[in-house]
Ligand binder design. Structure first.
Ligand code: PGA
Length: 248
């Protein structure tokens, strides 16, 4: 069995200006230079306006850069959108797709997200595909079935497992301070890995939703959890670094 590396991803969402973003990235780059994370990788996904200055800060730091979303097309008349090729151009290795905030705010469907996975992989990016149930589905005891279906429907017919990361992010845990019981996370990750079949051995499955330095240890300790997608706690260098250290 191949050992999957741990991956710790910062999702800054729509936060930060050049001054604060560059400071945050520099602090993390310094920490990385002095400590290095043994068996894990770190990715920062700042807003698009900060990608270029942060790419310069991260050069040679072993911290990777990622986008928060991409369009399905590579270029064209799509006002306000950014393509996967543009993300590569600015130095990204990763892109988040299908985040629940985009599914909800922009009405993104599973089918559209599957096209984004293809666009990302064709451009040479690793797609971090987000899935997760809302509270109602969790309460109804249908979370595992729902999320496995959502994952299947958000994946294109053909994809490269080596450039796919799945992030299980229960919608009710995002930004709320609530996290599922570790055994529920473990169960969900097992169900997702099973639904990926043979590819499940290769694909990293992250947990996301209110990950803080306080709860990171018990979540990242789970053998089925290959890392974390971190929102608010990633806006503080010490806090985010503390989470990354828990990944070993
Ligand atoms: P949170 O966000 O850590 O602030 O809950 C996670 C996410 O939305 O990816």
């Amino acid at each position: 069995m191949t050992k999957r590396r741990k991956l710790i991803v910062a999702n800054w969402k729509m936060n930060g200006r050049i001054s604060t973003g560059v400071r945050l990235a520099s602090d993390l780059a310094d920490k990385m230079l002095n400590n290095r994370l043994g068996a894990s990788d770190m990715v920062l996904c700042p807003p698009a306006t900060l990608l270029w200055p942060i790419a310069e800060v991260l050069a040679g730091s072993h911290i990777h850069l990622g986008g928060q979303d991409c369009h399905t097309a590579n270029h064209g008349a799509y006002t306000g959108s950014i393509s996967a090729g543009m993300l590569v151009d600015v130095g990204c290795r990763y892109v988040i797709v299908g985040h629940s905030e985009r599914r909800k705010e922009y009405g993104e469907s599973n089918a559209l997200i599957a096209q984004k996975v293809t666009a990302a992989q064709q451009a040479g990016l690793t797609a971090i595909l987000c899935v997760g149930e809302d509270r109602e589905i969790r309460m109804a005891g249908k979370a595992e079935e729902f999320v496995a279906d959502q994952l299947r429907a958000s994946l294109p017919e053909k994809f490269q497992p080596s450039s796919l990361v799945v992030a299980y992010e229960p919608v009710w845990a995002i930004g709320t301070g609530d996290t599922p019981d570790p055994q529920d996370i473990d169960k969900m990750h097992r169900a997702l890995r099973k639904s990926l079949g043979a590819m499940g051995e290769v694909v990293q499955i992250l947990y996301g939703g209110s990950v803080t330095p306080q709860v990171a240890g018990q979540i990242l300790f789970l053998s089925e959890v290959d890392g974390a997608l971190v929102g608010s706690a990633s806006l503080n260098a010490d806090g985010f670094w503390a989470i990354a250290e828990k990944a070993g």
